[in-house]
Design a protein around this ligand. Sequence first.
Ligand code: HEC
Ligand code: HEC
Length: 207
Amino acid sequence: MAQRIKLGLIGCLLCFVLLAAGGGSIGGYAQSHDAAGARAAFLEAYKVFAHPRCVNCHPAGDAPLQGDDGHPHAFRVRRGEDGRGVFAAKCSNCHQTQNQSGEHAAPGAPYPPEDREHLSEPRWHLPSSATPLTFEKRSPAQLCRQLLNRKQNGGLAPEQLVHHVSHDPLVLWGWNPGGGRSTPPLSHEDFVQKIREWVEKGCACPK
Ligand code: HEC
Ligand code: HEC
């Protein structure tokens, strides 16, 4: 018994040493295991995740939020199972493939260009109730762990996350929100760079 525990301990230690020695890769990403660097990069990227342009569609509750103060969406709009609204109050009744012009007009965003089948349809919606991808009220440590948990992040591996934040039209909308709305404190380019850095340095989470 004691022998087994000892072997187990040695196994753990070996694994740790191998990890610490660096090398390794996640889906082709060269990884350098610089935990402090990864944490610092995540904390920068977090400023975007915590911004109202992102939080309003990633709420803790069952309804989208609006404005820089994140007040509940007008008309008592609800998420619905698929994130597209309930009954007659579907997001696509008001939100189109582009921002409507004018203050307090409904914003909009398209499907990604490679999704030809859906290009003419409005895409604006919340994550589903099964995988709500909550950003609201998540500390940096909590959000970081959530993004790494495939059961909670929509099944994305870290390198897919980089692709998502660099290409997805709903993410890009955050920097072109229309109607005089504010934009996140980092440029989109810097945000993607910080996420990439976090992944390349080994995805360590802030404590
Ligand atoms: C119109 C609503 C909407 C807006 C605005 C929005 N998202 Fe999302 N986001 C979604 C939906 C819905 C999904 C789930 C995937 C899908 O259905 O496309 C998602 C998925 C994600 C994911 C991947 C899942 C995960 O948690 O790992 C990330 C990361 C993400 N969004 C980041 C952002 C960031 C950063 C912003 C702001 C710049 C933002 N989103 C703005 C609706 C939105
Ligand atoms: C009856 C029309 C209508 C419906 C239905 C509707 N919205 Fe909206 N939504 C609007 C309007 C108009 C605005 C802009 C309000 C403003 O700027 O004061 C808005 C704003 C928003 C914003 C805020 C953007 C920001 O960052 O300030 C989000 C997020 C949003 N809607 C998500 C949704 C989602 C998700 C659904 C479906 C579950 C939905 N809406 C259904 C009309 C609607």
